[in-house]
Design a protein around this ligand. Structure first.
Ligand code: UDP
Ligand code: MG
Length: 158
């Protein structure tokens, strides 16, 4: 029966998701991780990290030169974060929908930012925006051997 539900995964991707310092301080780690588990994604790596200034500048390289860049680097290095790699079909785009819009005034209820964030810089969660960013961001926080390959038995039901 389950065999008939098996699909060849054509869009399997990995993305870098990070609970930002505000999420850690507010005790929202578990609830944020639950959103991605609820969606059916697979957690392949996870650790608590104090982001260094150098790592922050690599992570947010595309924003270098923008007016909010110095504040952003300050914010992301202001306390520990939870750095994660998650896997799933089309996860890069789908996880950004789970996260909600960057600007909290536009973030929909039901999204992490829509439900929990009240100020734009402190918007709780980071998600890669493209396969290229995801590669760079994962390499900035993880060694290859820290990423675990496994299947979940319920994958064919998702
Ligand atoms: N940010 C900000 N002011 C802005 C735009 C972005 O403080 O006008 C912060 C915010 O924390 C955001 C991060 O910079 O999450 C990175 O911005 P990006 O546009 O990449 O948004 P994201 O990909 O996180 O939705
Ligand atoms: Mg971004």
């Amino acid at each position: 029966m389950i065999d008939s539900l098996e699909m060849e995964s054509e869009h399997m991707e990995r993305t870098f998701l990070m609970v930002k310092p505000d999420g850690v301080q507010r005790g929202l780690i578990g609830r944020i991780i639950s959103r991605f588990e609820d969606k059916g994604f697979t957690l392949v790596a996870c650790k608590v990290v104090q982001v260094t200034e150098n790592q922050a500048k690599i992570h947010y390289a595309e924003h270098d030169g923008k007016d909010f860049f110095p504040n952003l680097v300050n914010f992301i290095t202001s306390g520990p974060v939870v750095a994660m790699v998650w896997e799933g079909d089309d996860i890069i785009a789908l996880s950004r929908i789970v996260n909600g819009k960057t600007n909290v005034n536009e973030a929909q209820p039901g999204s992490i930012r829509g439900d929990f964030a009240a100020h734009t810089p402190k918007n709780l969660i980071h998600g890669s925006d493209s396969p290229e960013s995801s590669k760079r961001e994962i390499a900035n926080f993880f060694e290859d051997h820290e990423l675990v390959n496994y299947d979940k038995i319920i994958s064919s039901w998702i």
